[in-house]
Design a binder for this molecule. Sequence first.
Ligand code: TTP
Ligand code: MG
Length: 401
Amino acid sequence: MIIHVDLDAFFASVEQRDNPKLKNKPVIVGGSAFATRGVVSTASYEARKYGIHSGMPLFRARMLCPQAVFIPVNFAKYEQVSQRFFSICASYSPLIEQASLDELYIDLSDTQLLWPGSLWVARQIQSRVQKEIGITCSIGISAQKTLSKIASGIHKPNGITFVKPGVEKQFLAPLKIGDIPGCGKQTQKLLQAIKVKTIGDLAQIYPDHIMLLVGKNGLHLWNIANGKDDTAVKIPDKTKSSSRSITFSFDTNNVSFVEAMLFYLCQKVAFDLRTMRVGGSCISITVRTSEFETHSIQCTSKEPINTAFILFTFARQLIWKLWNGITLIRLIGVGISNFHSIESQSTTSNQLKLGFHLNEINKQGIKWFRLESSLDALRKKYGFLSITPAVLLNSRVSYLK
Ligand code: TTP
Ligand code: MG
């Protein structure tokens, strides 16, 4: 059996948990602290009654429900909660796939003898998530991955939906085609045009007909509708790249501000690299203009990089190839890929092991590596911004997390 677990109104539930005054109130999470624009990330179930949903512009949500409490997104906090959520679920099976911050699949095939049953595991997870994290989740259980995901959405919030093997098709028949993940608005329109509204309708037409209409994905949807799905739960490959970006709440061409933000992103990326004990050698920069044009550029360093100082020297050169310092921009991003493990360096020199790449690029390299590694320890204990280069103090630190 495969279990799909999805946290209820995730960001909003975490905010309600942390501020008891918000319990049972409409809470809308979205945007940054100083954003004048932005969209709803999520809304508490109390706020959803007013028609508010993810992706809606914040100004519209304010119009629909002025009495709601609006809270900016705090990713760092939700990431921490997400990690605890994962570790609770991982104690029931090693075959676990995290699909997003708040949802994951657990395949119980190899561990079924360990537990009294999949329903028992689901109840355990629900009660532990409630007790240990303080929020609720909804769970779907079936013999198929996609079906379990559909099922977890049926009795939200705080529900468990169990679909017995053998009755998949009957269970799905009355549901809307839009309930199948991957059946987007466009596909729904095309299918509705031939009077296919429910999953049962979809199951009954010829697969060739659907494929003609919506392409290859049609066959996948038809199989799901007919209770056929052999998609496996898979442990994701190790991370192969790392990237960070910032959307400003106003468009800017302030060079020192943009460079300071670029340096900040480099610190975030380098911190992630050191945490993973890797260095990367393919550096990329993304800039999105106020006109929503997105430009990217990349380069390769001779040696793998894992310090913000070196990464920034590359990133700064790259951004000036993309940007004239005049065009207004709304987003910048820094990415790095082509990872090399630090442990796999064949050198025996301690110094090179520590800052293996840096001597070649810059005589100061080792110093930077040592400095930044010491900052890592402080940041892991007290938060990323507990210590920061002075250059960021002059920028709008309110953006940073
Ligand atoms: P979802 O699981 O889709 O939504 P949810 O957990 O808020 O509500 P539900 O009870 O229906 O599961 O997404 C998880 C989180 O991801 C959500 O709390 C906020 C974030 N998110 C966005 O930031 N933007 C989006 O458009 C969506 C859909 C989610
Ligand atoms: Mg959710």
